[in-house]
Write a protein that binds this ligand. Structure first.
Ligand SMILES: *[C@@H]1O[C@H](CO)[C@@H](O)[C@H](O)[C@H]1NC(C)=O
Ligand SMILES: *[C@@H]1O[C@H](CO)[C@@H](O)[C@H](O)[C@H]1NC(C)=O
Ligand SMILES: *[C@@H]1O[C@H](CO)[C@@H](O)[C@H](O)[C@H]1NC(C)=O
Ligand SMILES: *[C@@H]1O[C@H](CO)[C@@H](O)[C@H](O)[C@H]1NC(C)=O
Ligand SMILES: *[C@@H]1O[C@H](CO)[C@@H](O)[C@H](O)[C@H]1NC(C)=O
Ligand SMILES: *[C@@H]1O[C@H](CO)[C@@H](O)[C@H](O)[C@H]1NC(C)=O
Ligand SMILES: *[C@@H]1O[C@H](CO)[C@@H](O)[C@H](O)[C@H]1NC(C)=O
Ligand SMILES: *[C@@H]1O[C@H](CO)[C@@H](O)[C@H](O)[C@H]1NC(C)=O
Length: 490
């Protein structure tokens, strides 16, 4: 009895929504997506929870209804509605359990099982087979280059693999801004020890670990029925924990005066433009690529937000993006879908903080400080190309890496040719470009590398002959200068 009005409403809704987009043809879409709810990083290995699986699955359902379903509001032109056509879809994730499982969960809803009718395959001997699980569709997930292990790593820049970006982020830990926050929040974190002492020692309960502490408590407030001294976690305290983590993580992901810090956003930008450009050139072909989806870490969102000048549009963009957040780039034309020129092609950017849904869809934001929600294709490409890093040579040069796969590009770093043939170390070749003297760069760079191998405290022990610390701290081995930076200057 109750189902009738609900059905009627459901039928009416898509029509109402799609009216505004009737004249448009979506030619291609690129999406960057965060994983769903997971266990805390500090209790590595992190795992996707059932709640997190739900979130990415729900997000997949939403985007199916937006882009793929035969009645979709913003249906991507020519995309297969039910049975997946692999060539139309490009899905990637770094090697990371949480991110890869999130991608799988998302895809289960994006292209759900097709059932036995669509999936039946007849064999030569006359018998019929269908895929297991009602025609479940297998979709391969490619490997994204950087970010491997990011959900098990508390130091995300380390997973960027970029020498200069690591050095640049580490500079934050010796900045006045960091020191000021570190000092002013000493008591705040110490007062939370009754809650976090199971995981953090008194020495660790500082702004240095702002993200790890917030993450641990945030996970507990979602999953743990028996948080010790839970009464300490007032709304005000939780808000402060979050905003301190936001400030620290944004500073590590983006800084206008050293753009290379945002290297993950730069490589993402290149992946987006390459994908959309290829989609545009294959838009007329049945099997051409239509939808690119990449799963990745919140720091990549933050780096891209900074590069695209989104914090100037809304200050929220400096905050850590919630689980299952997504940002999408929709390439569309208002001209006829078969007869358009590049001048008729536009790109718009949409973002949703947390799981997107019909009732809470992504919002359009203007990129690059233009104030325009839809950018002409050429403007979009020009602005993205201003900071994208799209090939290995450019990446190696920008990162100051000179070994491994970058060895082949070392001579490109020295335009004057005078030092051709002498393979400069990355520290030497990064030089003065970031305002830190080569010597300091060398020290920080070497510390970063060593710290990754030994764990920070072991390094401090060796270099400065200081105190012995807990095994747990050693085991975390978050590769960065942090506390070491404090001691370096002190
Ligand atoms: C995540 O799963 C692994 C097994 O795959 C397990 O060893 C680990 O304890 C789990 N982590 C948490 C925090 O539950
Ligand atoms: C037909 O071939 C499939 C695969 O080789 C086999 O599993 C099935 O038993 C065969 N059916 C008959 C009726 O021979
Ligand atoms: C770049 O250099 C950093 C620091 O020396 C190193 O950790 C990283 O593995 C290098 N990356 C590549 C791809 O060579
Ligand atoms: C979560 O619960 C366990 C067991 O009740 C407790 O030992 C642990 O300290 C709690 N963790 C947090 C962050 O509150
Ligand atoms: C960028 O980094 C510099 C040097 O570390 C620092 O002085 C400045 O405050 C940072 N800018 C922002 C916006 O964080
Ligand atoms: C875009 O695609 C065209 C071919 O259609 C190619 O010539 C051009 O180099 C591509 N541009 C970028 C930025 O990938
Ligand atoms: C997302 O929401 C959180 C609060 O849940 C907020 O702290 C953060 O700034 C938001 N991020 C963006 C990019 O809107
Ligand atoms: C495309 O057409 C729609 C509907 O007429 C209009 O609202 C929108 O502004 C147009 N977009 C561009 C970029 O011209």
């Amino acid at each position: 009895m109750y189902t009738l009005p609900i059905l009627a409403l459901a039928a009416a809704l898509p029509t109402a929504l799609s009216q505004s987009s009737n004249s448009e043809t979506i030619l291609g879409v690129y999406m960057f997506h965060r994983h769903g709810d997971r266990t805390a990083k500090i209790t590595a290995p992190a795992n996707l929870t059932d709640l997190g699986y739900r979130q990415v699955y729900d997000s997949g359902s939403y985007y199916r209804s937006r882009y793929i379903d035969s009645g979709a509001d913003f249906r991507i032109s020519g995309i297969n509605p039910d049975a997946v056509l692999q060539s139309q879809l490009q899905v990637s994730s770094p090697i990371d359990d949480v991110l890869q499982n999130s991608a799988t969960g998302f895809l289960q809803a994006l292209y759900p099982p097709v059932g036995s009718e669509l999936d039946a395959e007849e064999l030569r001997n006359g018998s019929t087979v269908t895929a297991p699980m009602q025609g479940y569709q297998l979709i391969p997930i490619g490997v994204a280059e950087s970010g491997t292990g990011s959900e098990d790593s508390t130091w995300l820049q380390g997973t960027s693999d970029c020498a200069k970006a690591e050095v640049s982020s580490n500079e934050y830990f010796v900045s006045d801004e960091y020191r000021r926050l570190y000092d002013s929040t000493r008591d705040f974190y110490r007062n939370l020890l009754p809650v976090i002492s199971g995981m953090f020692s008194e020495d660790d309960a500082t702004f240095e670990n702002a993200y790890e502490i917030w993450d641990y408590i945030n996970v507990a407030t979602i999953h743990n029925n028996t948080i010790p001294s839970a009464s300490l976690l007032t709304d005000r305290t939780l808000f402060q924990l979050r905003t301190l983590a936001d400030a620290q993580q944004f500073a590590l992901a983006y800084n206008a005066s050293t753009p290379i810090r945002a290297v993950t956003g730069m490589t993402l930008a290149a992946q987006i433009t390459q994908f959309l450009n290829d989609s545009l050139s294959t838009a007329g072909s049945f099997s051409g690529q239509r939808l690119g989806i990449q799963f990745g870490a919140y720091a990549t969102f933050a780096s891209f937000f900074g590069l695209a000048q989104l914090p100037e549009v809304n200050e929220d963009f400096t905050g850590v993006t919630d689980y299952a957040s997504s940002m999408v780039f929709e390439m569309f034309t208002n001209a006829s879908k078969t007869d358009y020129s590049p001048e008729d092609v536009f790109v718009r950017f949409l973002y949703h903080n947390g799981t997107a849904s019909e009732s809470d869809p992504p919002t359009e934001y203007p990129l690059f400080g233009t104030g325009e929600n839809a950018l002409a294709w050429n403007d979009f490409m020009e602005n993205m190309n201003a900071f994208s890093l799209g090939d290995t040579g450019a990446w190696c040069t920008a990162c100051g890496n000179s070994t491994g796969e970058c060895a082949a590009y070392v001579n490109d770093n020295n335009d004057d040719g005078s030092s051709a043939g002498s393979a400069l170390s990355s520290e030497e070749s990064t030089g003065c470009s970031n305002g830190v003297s080569p010597a300091v760069n060398g020290v920080i760079g070497a510390m970063v590398t060593l710290a990754v191998v030994l764990g920070l405290e072991a390094l401090v022990l060796v270099v400065f002959g200081l105190r012995v610390v807990s095994k747990k701290r050693l085991a975390q081995g978050a590769g960065r200068v942090v506390g070491g930076g404090e001691e370096m200057k002190g």
